[in-house]
Every structure is written in structure tokens, then in C-alpha cells.
Write a protein that binds this ligand. Sequence first.
Ligand code: MN
Length: 251
Amino acid sequence: MISTEGLVDFHCHLDLYPDHRAAVQDAEEAGIFTLAVTTTPRAWPRNHELAQATRHVRAALGIHPQLVGERASELALWDEYFSETRYIGEVGLDAGPRFYKSFDLQKQVFEHVLRRCAAAGNKIISVHSVRSAKVVLDHIEAYLPPGQGKIVLHWFTGTKAEAKRAIEMGCYFSVNAAMFNNERHLSMVSALPLERLLTETDGPFTKTNGHPSKPPDVLNVVEALGHLHDLSNHDVISKIKINLRQLLEFH
Ligand code: MN
């Protein structure tokens, strides 16, 4: 069996598994650097507490665009916790049909989030951009000056041209296994520079062999990237590690 030590799952909802504490412990014991993103600031204290006791798990403070319609009032709570973490997410925009009615509100919240991050200067931000790649990039360009924060576009499904624009803006991309099953997404992923890539599961929202994905399943992404770029798993893992180090070293 291949060791999971040193793998990176840069976007996983550990608090949405039946046993949150066990999910954190499993990621820790597997030695996987796991960014535990959250969808509401109310989830922050517990995520923060569990992650703080680990070496490999980091909690991110989020306000998910799909929840903004009902929970924009929690932005005050998000502000309250903001200084407790370097990691922000899941944040962003979702222009899918179910969430489009809150799109204006989402834009206001995302603008606020980016402005706060720009003022802080050293945040690392996991960003959702479903059907809204252009507007997400417009927001980042307008409210997060280069060098004032780092964006990791999670499960990015924009066009190749939008990806190119994001690369020029300095964004990273966390890619998951589902992105390799779609011809258009695969073609976009294959055009991303390896040095801007991180791996993710987005568990439990993706499935591996019929079960909600867990951090060790990120190995499937490693394998898919290896096939794509003709690299061994070992080489992919070490490249992703270097990318993570570079991302974390900024500032
Ligand atoms: Mn997610």
C-alpha cells in the first residue's frame, strides 16, 4: 500500500462527516495536509479547536456562497473570528440556478471578504466559482491587490481563457478527481501550470468507489495528474508538496 504521508487535500469539509472528531483524527494519522474548509462561521470554533490539536489539519473560516441567501447576517460573526486564522474558505460565488437569486448579496459578501483579506495582507483563500469564473476573477482583481493575499480556486470549471487570466493574476488551483471525468474540464486542467496546482477531495461532496471521498482518496488525483503529465506518483506528490510550501511561505 502506498503511504498517504505527505499528500495534500486542500479542500475538504471534515465537519460534514458523521464523526467530525474522527475525520480530523484520521487525516492527522494519515499525515495528510488537510485544509478543513467550513461553510458557516458558526462552525468555526469547533473546527478551530480540533485542528489546533493536530500537525496536519488546518481550519479555514468560511461563508459559503450557497448559504449566503439565508446566512448573510452571519457575516458579523465571520468578522469576529477573522483574526484567528490565516486560512479563509469556503467563500466565493455561485451563479447556478438554485442560488442565482442571492447573487447580488453573494457579490457584496465576497467583496467584503476580499477587502478584509487585502487589509490583513497574508490570507490564503479557498474560492468557489460555480458558473461565475469571470465575476469571481473581476472581484479578486478589484478588491485583492497582488501580494495582499493568495487565492486557491477550488474545483475551477471556467474556460481555458479564464484559467489563463487566473494564472496571470497569481491564482493557484486545487483540483479533484471529478474534474478528470469531464472532457472540457480535463482539457482546461491539462493547460494549468504544474507549479500552481494543489490536490483536493471536496469530500464529502465527491464520491470515491460509491462512498463520500476522504482525504486519502486524494491519491486518485495524484494518479490522474501523473497520467496527464507522464509523471510518477512520487514526482507528483513532491511537486504538490513544493507548491504547498511556496504558497504557505508567501509573506
Ligand atoms: Mn466545498
